[in-house]
Design a protein around this ligand. Structure first.
Ligand SMILES: Cc1ncc(COP(=O)(O)O)c(C=O)c1O
Length: 392
């Protein structure tokens, strides 16, 4: 008999993922994946950027390179982090990773032994739970409202959980709820983390996709930089297929991360990094982000309006000021997991909310993505979903 490692038991194949495989079918209106709009990818500019790289850097672009990542790209990321998030970041603080998903895995690897504790929002990013779960932690969820974690509950749990290794949060347009933390809650979290000496992981793939309101400072800008790890990615502003993202952390943590990086895949892709570096030099990334914001804002408005019109009091949601997702709460007793098969037979897909809850709950919630589908498909999909909800 083939013997697999114990950790594989923590990594159950998700029944939902199995059902959602059918969303590849173009007939299905999918609100399920966290996919950016394909028409927003800057294909022409990225083609030009890669041609320039191959013409000017040639074999260098195809060779092995540094495990930390390309210095000029790390410098640009550091500058952008200072400009956008008010964080004092230098090139040396930046590690390039192959998707922020890889950073999540590395954080599990360097911080978590079996039985250690991760403090997280409830609900939180499903695939972060999967990445950490491989290392056998216990998830302790902190009570969360529309403005972020409740400081009293966080304090109580930091005091009682002696094996808390880090606090994992998504302060901007959270996946799955679309909610953003207020400045006050950001301050409360960084103060508490500092007082208890527990590192904070802020995962921020959506922060730049703000449709209205003011940018708020990052946790790294507000808190103790020696205890803060910030993740960012090109997936949602350029293209996820490039698999280039970054982790900003203090030297003591980066020393461990680089060991994990070398062991996992030696280094990030040389050519992808050079392509992005050249793109950032030659083209206007801010104009690209502005285009995406305008497109997603229209789609968010379209989805929110369609839900209000077709579902009325049967559904409620926090209105997201950015990002990719809308988090729907239905009447108590409706089980969105049980409803999914029926929904797919009507050719509309969503992700049930329960798996985003580390310790269960949320069976009457669902995550809807508004970035991927055009407006007519959004309206049609929501109308079909409303029909289904009303029958239950
Ligand atoms: C909160 C969060 N973290 C990380 C990721 C992974 O992003 P990447 O494409 O950089 O691996 C996602 C992707 O949807 C996400 O929503």
């Amino acid at each position: 008999m083939i013997h697999f490692a114990r950790r594989m038991k923590h990594m159950n194949r998700s029944e939902i993922r199995e059902i959602l495989k059918v969303t590849e079918n173009p007939e299905i209106i999918s609100f399920a994946g966290g996919l950016p709009a394909s028409e927003a990818f800057p294909v022409e500019e990225l083609r030009e950027a890669v041609s320039i790289v191959l013409e000017t850097a040639g074999t260098k672009a195809l060779q092995y390179s540094l495990a930390e990542g390309l210095p000029s790209l790390r410098r640009k990321i550091a500058e952008r982090s200072c400009a956008l998030w008010n964080a004092n970041t230098r090139m040396e603080d930046v590690q390039i990773v192959s998707g922020s998903q890889q950073a999540l895995d590395f954080l599990g690897k360097i911080f978590l032994d079996e039985g250690d504790v991760v403090l997280c929002e409830n609900p939180t990013y499903l695939a972060a739970l999967s990445a950490f779960r491989a290392y056998g932690p216990r998830f302790v969820d902190v009570a969360t409202d529309d403005e972020g974690m409740l400081p009293d509950d966080l304090e109580k749990k930091l005091a009682s959980e002696k094996q808390a290794r880090f606090i994992y949060v998504i302060p901007d347009f959270q996946n799955p709820t679309g909610r953003s933390w207020s400045l006050e809650r950001r301050r409360a979290l960084t103060d508490l983390a500092d007082r208890f000496g527990v590192p904070v992981v802020e995962d921020n793939p959506y922060g730049e996709l703000r449709f209205e309101g003011e940018f708020l400072p990052s946790l790294r800008a507000l808190g103790n930089p020696d205890l803060t790890i910030s993740l960012g990615t090109f997936s949602k502003i350029l293209a996820p297929g490039l698999r280039v993202a970054w982790l900003i952390a203090p030297p003591a943590i980066l020393e461990q991360i680089i060991l994990a990086k070398q062991a996992a895949d030696l280094q990030p892709s040389t050519i992808s990094q050079m392509q992005i570096d050249t793109y950032l030099e030659r083209f206007d990334v801010n104009a690209q982000v502005a285009r995406i914001r305008a497109l997603y804002k229209t789609r968010r408005n379209c989805m929110a309006e369609a839900i209000r019109e077709t579902m009325g009091n049967a559904a409620s949601f926090p209105f997201p000021q950015g990002g990719l997702f809308l988090w729907l709460r239905l009447a108590e007793g409706i089980d969105t997991k049980a409803l999914l098969a029926e929904s797919i037979s009507r050719k509309v897909a969503y992700v049930p909310g329960e798996p985003f809850h580390a310790n269960g709950g949320g069976s009457n919630t669902m995550r809807l993505n508004f970035s991927y589908m055009p407006e007519d498909r959004i309206r049609e999909g929501i109308t079909r979903l409303a029909g289904l909800v009303k029958e239950h």
